[in-house]
Design a protein around this ligand. Structure first.
Ligand code: FES
Ligand code: FES
Length: 178
């Protein structure tokens, strides 16, 4: 399930920068970043930590390109205030692989050649991973529902669906319609 995270925070400071040192738990490591607490998690991940798996697409919680997993839920990091993520468990695309090797789901995306331009793929994988973590044998309908908020302008939806099903069913699909 995709969730926006609300912090109940004051509006973003429009004047001089009011940064603070904030502790982020990302991909099993603790990082201290200096940033404005009301700024969005996506920017800290990309600009402070150099994690470029999450992409900036719309910045409006419309496309899913920026998706990360926060405490087990797929969230849009472009609208997640940094202070709402402090001390929480954050996983980015980079955190799925180990020893430089893709995990099962990443490998399935490679095997299905699911990426065309690739811009949406971070969000597709992170959203699907959160679903699989929760429901390892999710049905096709459940996968489609989970991915509803992730847009792919290249139209590779069938290959993306087949990639996720490689993991949920344990074998490669023989084709079929979405
Ligand atoms: S960039 Fe976050 S949803 Fe589009
Ligand atoms: S592969 Fe290009 S937007 Fe999905």
């Amino acid at each position: 399930m995709r969730r926006r995270v609300s912090s109940g925070a004051a509006p973003v400071n429009q004047g001089g920068a009011m940064t603070r040192k904030l502790e982020l738990h990302v991909n099993g490591r603790v990082h201290t970043v200096e940033a404005e607490p009301d700024s969005m998690l996506l920017y800290a991940l990309r600009d402070n930590l150099g994690l470029h798996g999450p992409k900036f697409g719309c910045g409006l919680s419309e496309c899913g390109a920026c998706t990360v997993i926060l405490n087990g839920n797929a969230v849009h990091s472009c609208v997640t205030p940094l202070q709402a993520a402090v001390g929480q468990k954050i996983t980015t695309l980079e955190g799925l692989s180990s020893d430089g090797k893709p995990n099962k789901l990443q490998q399935a995306f490679i095997d299905e050649q699911a990426a065309q331009c690739g811009y949406c793929i971070n969000g597709m994988i992170m959203t699907a991973q959160a679903l699989i973590d929760r429901k390892p044998h999710a049905t096709r309908d459940e996968i489609k529902t989970a991915l509803e908020g992730n847009l792919c302008r290249c139209g590779t939806h069938m290959r993306i669906l087949r990639a996720v099903e490689r993991v949920t069913t344990g074998h490669a699909a023989q084709g079929g319609t979405p």
